[in-house]
Design a protein. Sequence first.
Length: 324
Amino acid sequence: MTLATTFLFFAIHSACIGAGNSSEKFVKVECKEEYHGVYGQQSLLQCNVKAVQNVTISTVTWKRVEVDTLLLEYHEDTFNLIPGFKFAEPSWNKNNTNVSLLLTNTKMADKGVYECMVRTDRGDDIATTSLSVKAMYLTPTMSSIPETNIKENTDVTIFCNSTGGQQIGLIWWFDQFGSNRTRSAELVAKETDDGLFSLSSRFKVLKATSSSTNYTCKVLNVNGAEEGMASFVIQFAVRELGSEAARLDSVSTTNWLAPVVVIGSLIIGLLIALLLFRKRSAQRARRQSTFPLMSDHQTDTRHDRDVETEGLNCDSPQNQHSSL
């Protein structure tokens, strides 16, 4: 090999390396090293294309390294998506440098290492990130046996159930006064088909009374952190108690209302009688006050009549004859 040929070879090799380095520096996919997801919720693996100038993306692929299966693929305006995986940007297009992946319903099997490959009109790049998945217990549900119309001093069994825990957890019980009653409860934990755990606890209330009706259960994970809580009220026979109270109320009302009516009637009768008596007394007083005046007038009249009669008798012929 001549000196000129050797020089040409090194020049071409250096140019290729420089071109490759320039391409790598011009386009770069940047992702956070690790993301944390929650079972049953959305998880976001955020990655962005960094470039010196505007670029047009021709291909984007997302896959999980352990299974080597394409989860999302974009190539020349064509999308190929597996259900449960999509671009985080709803209206993503080839000019959008946000190539983040969204998991719509995270499962325990989704944990692992993910690879994102991007090709542009300015160069290509590949980046990886990992996803860990944490499962939390769902809000517990509660029920009882018997369910409703429970009579006083009846034994009642209350149930508290929750699912979705990553490891076996605990259920604690509290009464309405805040006292921890967990010692009196029984807990059963089972592993489900998706590799998670379900918890079921029952608490028996002996001779339950309406003076203590509220009970609370709290779900704790393996580390003792609370992940869910629910409250329950024992359903006593409220309607029967209400009817009896209404009946007693009615009887009580009748007992005090009847004497009040009688006494009120007597008082009204006495008032009417008193008014009549006073009216009659007033009338009698008026009559007695007018009687003397009438008597004096009649006496004077009789006196005048006697005088007149006597005068007439004196002037009569008989009287004159007798005088002669």
